[in-house]
Design a protein around this ligand. Sequence first.
Ligand SMILES: [Zn+2]
Length: 272
Amino acid sequence: MVWMYSLQVVLFSLFLFGLALFSLRYAWWRFPVDYRRPRILMYHMVREPVSGARFNKLRVMPSRFERQIRWLYAHGWYFAFMSELNAPERLPRKTVCITFDDGYRDNFTHVHPILERYRARATLYLVADRLGRDWSTDKKAHHNTGELKREPKLTDDQIRQMLGSGHWQLGGHTMTHANLSRLDTKEKRQEILQAKRLLEKNFRTSLRSFAYPFGIYGKSDVGIVAEAGFETAVTTRNGISRDIPRERLELRRIKISGKDNMLAFRLKMRGG
Ligand SMILES: [Zn+2]
């Protein structure tokens, strides 16, 4: 019977270890972050995971995404466009900005109908020259499986329909999803400014917010983004920004992963 006792000890230790990890990640015992501070959520794709793929964290299942939006809707969260953060004092308590990066086709086929159903809004950080590109290798050369390149991207017509519905706003994400740290000042300007002008002309809209590709940027990039006329910019740093006007060009986001269940989502909305 000793082995049974040992098994119980092992299982209990595993449970404690799991609880400790969970607690470290979600800090469920702490007070929620002040609900006057807007939450900015970061998404990429809403689609079924691909078996054995590297980037499944970027793929949130459609049924899960719908539950998340339904929960926000039912709990009185206000869905704001990123441009509304320009005047944060006018925003209600419990404001959430949904953001999508890159421009995957499922944003039209899966996300758009859900936004319509719950009268939600989202900001799309669109890569201007996105078709047939494999940007994952610009961060790490060994990410050369072509996984994100094969992922279908939004067409201009789909984007027009999305913008026409009033549920979407466009943001900048450079021409080619550039790794800004590898470019000289002239190239950076071209990537950031040219994409802004091109998208504004093509979709007859104005781009007021920017997302740094891969979340990689330096002080000079912040300067170029400001000079380009963007009012806000988002990073991939996790969390909830404390002071929007001061941090407006380096805002934090809450990463929503394909692995998050509903409890994880709710805890993230609470504490970042
Ligand atoms: Zn991106």
